[in-house]
Ligand binder design. Structure first.
Ligand code: CA
Ligand code: CA
Ligand code: CA
Ligand code: CA
Ligand code: CA
Length: 349
């Protein structure tokens, strides 16, 4: 009897210790440094972003964003809109450097276009920031409704694209040159289980992180001939997490080290994981500041390990579901914060 009571007491102490641990690991509040111009369309329109750093670009970097009712928009390092491509209802966008076309290396920008259920392919003219359509033909998906998107450049030198559908099915494409144009073919399909959008491939490790919106964040092998066994990174029920899980992105400190960041949309926060161990390291929010409003209902996020002349360690950019200015509501946009603030606040090593 005595032992039982002691056991219960010990268990209670253990439980309260777990509780206080949970409380101590609270979500940290930060304020964005600046924001992009609002997207063209009203309502829920801004969605996903990709950052390109290149020495030929003015101030070194640009942001390519989706207005999911209209097309792609390009912003400079101040968040000013410099180009606008009304190519259809593009949902998610991603890019990779070093794609050979006509014997020259190019930056390939691809997106999922819900207007015609295709993936689009553009190359970026770095000096001008202009996108050029380079599709050999419409790259039609077999998914019912094309949705999420991520690119993967393999160590084998091959380029791949992953598309997700609203049902949770994934299509992996190989992307290749055909008569100086970009063509592709579907190599494998697999089921995640339910609605899936946010994805990010880690080229160094041959992995792809996939957010199943209502369930959790998974990691799969990205090579097309690999088995579809997966590793759970975190569940939507874990402390500091709340469904839906949306955007996923990878901060690369170097070739091997860095962080995986996830938009935990249900509690308006961003969760950070170690890129090597996948251990959860902490979460932050972007709250209202004096000039820049905070983020809510974030879909896409992206990071870059350098950005323009003023952000040598890069930035995080996050879609904001409700963009305000004083008391006015404007069209949606994207908020940007210097990466060093996140490192300091979460004590990232
Ligand atoms: Ca949204
Ligand atoms: Ca979604
Ligand atoms: Ca979305
Ligand atoms: Ca806001
Ligand atoms: Ca604002």
């Amino acid at each position: 009897m005595k032992i039982t009571i002691q056991c219960i007491l010990a268990f209670c102490i253990f439980l309260s210790a777990c509780q206080s641990d949970k409380k101590n690991n609270k979500i940290i509040s930060l304020v964005a440094d600046f924001e992009t111009e609002p997207v063209f369309s009203s309502g829920d329109a801004a969605d996903d972003i990709a950052i390109l750093n290149h020495p030929n670009i003015k101030d070194g970097s640009i942001i390519i964003a989706t207005d999911k009712k209209r097309g792609l928009e390009i912003y400079n390092t101040k968040g000013e809109k410099i180009y606008d491509y009304p190519i259809g209802r593009v949902n998610n966008v991603d890019l990779r450097k070093g794609f050979y076309l006509g014997g020259k290396k190019h930056t390939l920008v691809m997106s999922t276009n819900r207007t015609d259920n295709t993936i689009t392919a553009h190359i970026l003219q770095e000096k001008s920031g202009i996108l050029m359509d380079v599709q050999a033909r419409p790259l039609k998906s077999n998914l019912k409704k094309i949705y999420g998107f991520a690119m993967y450049k393999s160590k084998t030198g091959k380029m791949y694209a992953f598309c997700s559908g609203k049902s949770g099915k994934i299509e992996q494409w190989e992307i290749f040159e055909q008569d100086k144009k970009v063509d592709g073919k579907i190599l494998r399909t697999f089921e995640v289980g339910s609605q899936t959008e946010g994805m990010a491939a880690d080229d160094s490790y041959g992995k792809i992180y996939i957010a199943e919106e209502n369930k959790g964040l998974w990691c799969y092998d990205a090579e097309p001939n690999s088995k579809t066994k997966r590793k759970k990174i975190i569940s939507v029920d874990a402390p500091n997490m709340a469904a839906d899980f949306e955007g996923v992105t990878i901060y690369k400190t170097n070739e091997k080290k860095g962080f995986v960041i996830l938009s935990s949309q249900g509690n308006n926060s961003y969760a950070v994981f170690d890129r090597i161990t996948n251990q959860y390291l902490g979460s932050f929010r972007l709250i209202d500041g004096n000039e820049i409003d905070g983020t809510s209902d974030t879909d896409g996020i992206d990071v870059s390990s350098s950005f323009g002349s003023e952000h040598p360690k890069g930035i995080l950019i996050a879609q904001d579901g409700a963009n305000t200015e004083n008391k006015d509501t404007l069209h949606q946009n994207f908020k940007i914060i210097d990466w060093r603030k996140i490192v300091k606040a979460l004590n990232l090593k």
